[in-house]
Design a protein around this ligand. Sequence first.
Ligand SMILES: *Cc1c(COP(=O)(O)O)cnc(C)c1O
Length: 477
Amino acid sequence: MNGDEVLARLAELQQGDLPTHGGRTLAYVYDSGLAEVDRVGREAVAAYAATNGLDPTAFPSTLTMENEVVGLTADLLGAPDTVVGTVTSGGTESVLLAVQGARDARPDVVAPRMVLPSTVHAAFLKAAHYFGVEAVVVPVGPDHRADVAATRAAVEADPERTVLVVASAPSYAHGVVDPVTDLAAIAAEHGTRCHVDACIGGWVLPYAARLGRDVPPWTFAVPGVTSISVDLHKYAYAPKGTSVLLHRTPELRRPQFFASADWPGYTMLNTTLQSTKSGGPLAGAWAVLRTIGDEGYLELTRTLLDGVDALVAGVREIDALHLVAEPESSLVTVATDGTCDVFTIADELAAAGWLAQPQLTFAGEPPTLHLSLSAATDVGAFLQALRSAVAVAVERGPVAVDPGIVEFVQALDPAALSDADFDGLLAAVGMVGGEDGPGLPERMGEINALLDVASPRLREALLTAFLDRLARPARRT
Ligand SMILES: *Cc1c(COP(=O)(O)O)cnc(C)c1O
């Protein structure tokens, strides 16, 4: 194939993906709706695709861009003069490094633990898994915010071993901001770090405050907050692959840096998990931040939050739906009154070209639909689709899983299942690999309803088995 044919094939492959632009994909992607911003971001990524951010003395422009991006982020958050930061590949890497840094700042602690409200992003559980830091998970209150008294009790149960307390601003699943002031005070009282995960809200909340909305304190203005993560590839509308991890002081950041001269090659020096890293995402983020600019973000946030208001008003008029929490940023989470289920609504929305993300039953709370709005989202059109989807879902009634199957599923012990068992189970629920991408039925309602009655361990095991079977090399022979 010549170059043009290759690119044509890529474009053809991409046709099968969800749209990244247009504001109809209400998770995974974030669209400013500004064509010029996309063009500049794309061209910057391309210009730096081959540049290696591993060594800023070889590629000093990457250091210049990184310092400017971190500076803009620190300015936006009103950070103190002592603040330092690092551009990472995404929210998960920022979170991993926040946990790794907290652990390695305390080499005296043999079995470190961190206290997490149950609504923190699963990236913290991944960090616990990777770095051997015990996750002490504290159930949140009925308002879905961290329970301050329970968090205090969890820290005080073993303050010596506690290396980190985490708060979300806001949480992904419910879109509410934790009581950061109280959580950071508890951490400070015990000489423990406090990380605020503002991966999804960090670029929205400062502008929301400037637009006169009520935003509870969550930045470095709160005493005791030691680090903050903010993704640029979410609401800074940058191309995928950038997040910023800020630390209040250089001393707090130091354990994050890894140096090794214990090999015959160059002295390796890394600030992130990656070593060789493309300059593309950094250049893309730098370019997008400059193109949109402070006033641009203020306007985009105004559009975004006006959209949230309109969506909230619209949801209130739909009998079968209610808000799980009053949105505090750009995330809206809805649940049903039981006359229909969110899975059928998601299927109906998908058929109409909208992606809404189902969230399964958790800790006794019924399933919900997660909606991350974008500045580009046409909320009027979405509400129309939502009303139709709910009408169909109510007419059909909730997906009923046969009680016998519920009992069977709930009796399964994922640890005791063989590969052959998983093959059988996946086939039985219609999750089978196909030639052209994931072998999932058009409608996910039945599968989601079944996963919803499964234990978290079984959900993990089934989806892992599914992905394992999808991820197989395409060989020529
Ligand atoms: C998205 C998100 C993350 C993880 O970020 P990725 O960029 O997907 O790795 C962490 N925390 C919160 C609150 C998020 O919304």
